[in-house]
Design a binder for this molecule. Structure first.
Ligand SMILES: [Zn+2]
Length: 82
């Protein structure tokens, strides 16, 4: 694999010598060996995608609420709260 730098010498080529799933398969832990200096290091691979929360649509305004709002507005216009 080329891309992840060796922590010892910064070389980009390494090979995987062991691989095992962790967190019930949510990630993979790999033991890698640098092809330049032979240093071994561990990488953890996991999915970068996030799950969007499902937001339920707002509940429709009930008829009693509409009636209450209308009657309140009518009372305000009528000056009952002045
Ligand atoms: Zn190295």
């Amino acid at each position: 694999m080329i891309g992840l730098a060796c922590p010892a010498c910064n070389h980009l080529a390494s090979g995987c010598v062991d691989s095992r799933p962790t967190d019930r398969g949510a990630s993979v832990r790999r033991r890698r060996e640098c092809k330049h200096c032979g240093a071994r290091f561990t990488t953890i691979e996991e999915c970068a995608e996030t799950v969007k929360a499902v937001v339920p649509p707002p509940s429709p305004v009930s008829r009693p609420t509409l009636l209450t709002q209308r009657s309140l507005r009518e009372r305000l216009i009528a000056g009952e709260y002045a």
